[in-house]
Design a binder for this molecule. Structure first.
Ligand SMILES: [Zn+2]
Ligand SMILES: [Zn+2]
Length: 332
């Protein structure tokens, strides 16, 4: 967020002894003469509209920074003063700057409730939360080990080949125009940009060229000088060119497949047209086994292993705890 300044307005402070409302920059009560206390709260006079200060000297004062309390007598002096206006002491000898930067309340808000107290820090939850987190992590690790055990631990089983099946595919690719879209600075090199539109891309905390400024409600901040600064928190919605572009690439247009239920797998015939080519090949071999009590299916891409699976031959199967076939080998 960027805090944007709209200008300065006068604030008031209320005398604790006679309840007179005094102008912010005046340092003793105009009615009873009591000094303004160090921790006095400046308030915004309730108004429909801000009564912005036009006087250049006052604005300059508000901009110089918070007033400084004299280290000797406590009198509030402007931040530019070298010597205390009351006792003549040197302000530089440890003078303390007034609080500033706080959001200023209105007179109405101050009458409704006394100055806000810092909320009690909440701490109690922290520790039990940590314990539950540790217990949760331990439980998850335990479950993972258990599942891995079920999956990895195998028992040997003797079975006979009952059937085989194979399938082989070849992708057919065509060299063609591909359309895609992205932000202008993300369009790949060599691509042809067809058309772009301005679209919302991201929100920036800081002002950006050609961004849309979005600001929150106005509020008043204590400058520590008895004047308030009217500010707004703003963010910046950045718009950018989102473009449709085209480029040439090999694209899968179809896939030819052959399959069978014997031990003679073959690749399907391909007949690529103009600007076409044979692309990726995929193969899959399935062997069905039967034991005394059950049937099992094993699928592999290993053609050499598959070619040994004569119907009726004996194999050793590695069966995991979930009943899945983890591995096979011919029995001698
Ligand atoms: Zn007073
Ligand atoms: Zn002084």
């Amino acid at each position: 967020m960027t805090q944007k300044s709209l200008g300065f307005i006068p604030l008031i402070w209320v005398c604790a002894f006679c309840e007179t409302r005094n102008p912010g920059p005046i340092k003793t009560c105009t009615s009873c003469g009591a000094p303004q206390p160090d921790d006095v709260e400046f308030l915004q006079v309730d108004e429909e509209q801000f009564n912005f200060i036009k006087d250049e000297a006052l604005i300059r004062m508000a901009k110089t920074g918070p007033d400084i309390h004299c280290p000797f007598c406590g009198t509030r002096n402007p931040s530019t003063a070298d010597l205390c206006s009351n006792c003549g002491g040197e302000i530089g000898m440890g003078g303390k700057a007034r609080e500033s930067g706080e959001r200023v309340r209105t007179v109405g808000e101050a009458q409704e409730q006394p100055p806000a107290m810092a909320p009690e820090p909440k701490k109690a939850r922290g520790r039990s939360f940590t314990i539950f987190t540790i217990l949760g992590v331990v439980a998850v690790i335990g479950l993972c080990i258990f599942l891995a055990f079920l999956f990895m631990r195998t028992d040997d089983l003797s079975a006979e080949v009952a059937g085989v099946a194979w399938e082989r595919s070849i992708a057919i690719e065509a060299y063609t125009t591909v359309t895609d879209s992205d932000w202008r600075d993300e369009v790949p090199e060599g691509a042809q940009v067809r058309s772009c539109t301005q679209e919302y891309r991201y929100t920036s905390e800081e002002p950006q060229p050609s961004a849309t400024e979005v600001c929150g409600e106005e509020y008043v901040v204590d400058t520590g000088t008895g004047l308030g600064e009217v500010v707004q928190d703003c963010e910046y919605q950045v718009y950018d060119d989102y473009c449709e572009y085209t480029y040439m690439d090999w694209v899968v247009v179809e896939s030819v497949t052959s399959s069978g239920q014997d031990l003679s797998p073959n690749w399907p015939a391909t007949n690529p047209g103009t600007d076409q080519r044979a692309g990726e090949r995929t193969e899959s071999y399935t062997i069905m086994f039967s034991s005394e009590s059950d049937t099992y299916t094993y699928t592999t891409t290993n053609v050499d292993l598959f070619m040994q699976a004569e119907i009726g031959s004996r194999w050793t199967l590695k069966i995991n705890q979930l009943g899945g076939v983890q591995g096979i080998e011919p029995s001698n």
